[in-house]
Design a protein around this ligand. Sequence first.
Ligand SMILES: [Zn+2]
Length: 428
Amino acid sequence: MIEQPGPQQAPSPNGLERAAALLAEAAQELSRIAEQDLPPGVAGEQAQALADLWPHLDHATAAWARAAHQAHRSAGRGATGQPNLEKWMQTSAGIPASNATKLAATARAAATLPDAQAAFEANEISLGHYGELAHGVEKATRERCTEQWPEATEFQAAAEQRLLEVARLPQATCGHIGRAVRTLRLALNPDRADQEFRHRHEQRSLNLTATPGGGFYLEAWGDALHGEILRACLDTAPTSGDERTSGQRRFDALVHTLTWAAEHRDDAPTTSPRKPLLNVIVPLGRLTADQNHQAAGAAEKALPHAEPARTDTGTLLPDAAVRALATDCWLRRILTDPASGTVLDVGRTHRLITPGQRRALQVHHTTCAWHEGCDVPVRYCQGDHVTPWSRGGSTNLANLQPLCRTHNLHKHYQATRHHPPIHDPPGG
Ligand SMILES: [Zn+2]
């Protein structure tokens, strides 16, 4: 087709100009389609036609990669200035590193993995699958035991068949092929896999960094096993109507789990007060700010309080956060005189929920008592004052309810967004 330019085409020694013109024309045509208003009932057909078009883009990309491979190989590294095809793809064509690696592998595989190439040409596997497979075969071939497999080609053919089987499975994803590659490499060289695992474990790290804007940034890395453990603990499935993103659910799960574990440490007898994890220094005016605002009346403007609350590590906290957290067992509030900074009170234990009150809340509730419904189990909830302590609410059972951390914060921020109703709030 493309190799046979008609007599009207401008002379082009290798057809590249024609290919460029055809691709530009295809892009124009697609742009024209994108700007069209679709009559009712046509959109579904249009969507299917667009999905059917995708393999053509894949095939054009793969053919481009093979041409680039051919040019790069003929020119040699002296001419392109790059040691290999993937580096050249990155620097000259601006292709991201991970894409370039897999695309270059497909270009080389056209000659070495004939069955995979045929499966791709017949649209049995996508370019993404092909790239994962070809890159996997290359990695495994390098790591093979050369005593068992002296011939690289023999090994490649065996690995190709193994991975092609996975790639052809219905609903196979690149992740499935990637796992099959890892399985193969593990089987080929258990010692290397063990070394890699131990190395990653030794490199494990977790850093919590404050950002200048008053937030924080958490980054962690380590070995695959602990990654999976974390994933299993943090990846909570969305319940119906849960509007949180998966990232928000993981964040909430991490905070719930760690604070729950801290509250339930068995390193101290339950009769003695638990050691606070965090000291929060609160100027008195901040905690009673809502009372002051009420007393001052809506029309009168109140001057901002000079001193914000802060943790003993110096992190500044807004008022709503302080009020939301004030009932936690693991938090010690240190009240200071706003003028002198003198410590007025440490602990104020009557504000904290006693273990007995906590147990009573767990008897009366099964989940977070958020008025619009929430299914966070009560054991992960905090004791919340229905009428805030700063407005005279007392710390007795009638004025206490379990709220999950998210809803406790929501209540105090008086945010309008929340989990929509899931069920009626449990009785009590
Ligand atoms: Zn809740």
